[in-house]
Write a protein that binds this ligand. Sequence first.
Ligand SMILES: Cc1cc2nc3c(=O)[nH]c(=O)nc-3n(C[C@H](O)[C@H](O)[C@H](O)COP(=O)(O)O)c2cc1C
Length: 329
Amino acid sequence: MSQTDHALTTALAQAAATAGRAPSVHNTQPWRWRVLPDALELRVFRDRQLTATDPEGRLLVLSCGAALHHARVALAAEGWQAVVERIPDPDGPDLLARLTGLTRVGTDPEAMHLVQCMRIRHTDRRPVGDEPITDSALTEITEAATVEGVRLQQLDRDQVLQLATAASQADTVESEDPRLRAELAYWTSRADDVGLPAAVLPESPPQTTVPGRDFGRAGTLPVGPGHDQAAAYALLHGDEDEPNTWLRAGEALSASWLAATRLGVSVVPLSGVIEVPGTRAELRGVLAGMGHPYLVLRLGRADPTHAGPPHTPRLAVEQVVDTTAVRGA
Ligand SMILES: Cc1cc2nc3c(=O)[nH]c(=O)nc-3n(C[C@H](O)[C@H](O)[C@H](O)COP(=O)(O)O)c2cc1C
């Protein structure tokens, strides 16, 4: 193997490992990477799909899209440019992306900065502080999604009230369904490197206009007296409701969340309203039928005076990155 080939496979393996930091629904990390001599493949890992909560795989593919964007940025930070083929095999829909045609370009300082942001980005479910986000920060965050071909629309006051109603309806529907309750209990009570540990879940429901997800159990994260009055809510949406656009939505989620992290803005995704078909349809109404909703984001400034939650654990690299095709080459 030449030095260039070795540098390429090392960069591909490192990018896949870095992508493990991406956010995923219930921290399911539903992806598997395969490093090839001249390409990197991303496959969905069906064993970790939320079959009751997300039977169509919308949030599954969206989570993988976030990992795909992380990998793209990590490659750019190392000076590699890739051609991305999304869902390239119509007969094998679990192959979500293939990164090929890798060429050496200069290292990208912007991408290097975003890789630093991946290390600190996390979900902080405490109420936001009182300081609102500036318009310029909101513009930057929404533009990061637009670059990925997905719209991120800030909701106005009336739309936030509609969202609040939909979110509590979704909570009621999900808490009354024993299959959904069991699935949530499974992902919030594991003692390994997937799912949500008690330390990242609020110790009591925060007093907010738009309710966060009811995880069905109290965590140990102190929430304090804050509210969500200074929060902004935004909806990721696009023209189609199918795997290709869910993948793009995940890439946009990662791009806007990393932009937010760089600006000191905390992001909490809210997917209950997307999971329940009735409230997903209501959100289409909020968009006046102008698109399909993929995910709601709460944006705000985290409380700077108290420590936030710890990082949520991740699977070991060997469990998500397959390097057998390049080992010993
Ligand atoms: C598609 C998607 C949906 C999510 N839905 C919610 C949600 O409804 N409520 C919530 O508190 N967090 C939600 N999250 C955040 C995940 O729980 C979080 O990303 C994961 O546990 C990993 O933790 P980290 O973001 O701190 O690295 C969602 C994340 C993704 C990617």
